[in-house]
Design a protein around this ligand. Structure first.
Ligand code: HEC
Length: 142
């Protein structure tokens, strides 16, 4: 008898908990909370606004800045307007470069210049692009 009560209690708890967590999974990706930290960690050191570091001027590589919403959409010198194509992760160079093999010149971060982005984080970025690549209120560095 006791066992049955414990089991049905477990079932009730599971029913109460599971829908909540899957509802969260189905939520939209939040750029500032979930994507920005990935770009900061793996990409910012070469793709920030021109600035001085140890007395040297550092320009964004490939003329690509990933530190503002406007410049993420604008893209770099080779693929303007194709850095992030809203709704189309497979056409977006931001993500394509992350999935290229190390040997490719456009693999990002370049070979030997930092760890590759994890598969889970690449999926998250793809999801964000599929959902329309919204930055919400985030504008980044002017
Ligand atoms: C150590 C420096 C470095 C890091 C870190 C780095 N990149 Fe790059 N990136 C470059 C260089 C250099 C180029 C120019 C390559 C070329 O023109 O052959 C480039 C070019 C690009 C381009 C092509 C832009 C265009 O339109 O020409 C994209 C997209 C890109 N990077 C994305 C990223 C992403 C995303 C990350 C982080 C996962 C990243 N990069 C990290 C150095 C870096």
């Amino acid at each position: 008898m006791k066992k049955t009560i414990a089991l049905s209690l477990a079932a009730v708890l599971a029913a109460a908990i599971i829908p909540t967590s899957s509802a969260q999974d189905a939520g939209k990706v939040d750029f500032e909370k979930q994507i920005l930290p990935i770009l900061k960690e793996s990409c910012f050191k070469c793709h920030e606004k021109e600035h001085e570091e140890n007395g040297k001027v550092k320009k964004p590589k490939g003329k690509l800045r990933l530190d503002s919403a406007a410049t993420i959409m604008k893209g770099g010198s080779e693929y303007p307007d194709e850095n992030v194509v809203a709704g189309k992760p497979d056409a977006s160079w931001l993500v394509k470069t992350m999935t290229l093999p190390d040997s490719d010149d456009l693999a990002m971060p370049p070979e030997g210049k930092g760890d590759r982005v994890s598969a889970a984080n690449i999926d998250l970025i793809k999801k964000w692009i599929s959902e329309g690549a919204s930055f919400d209120a985030w504008k980044g560095v002017e």
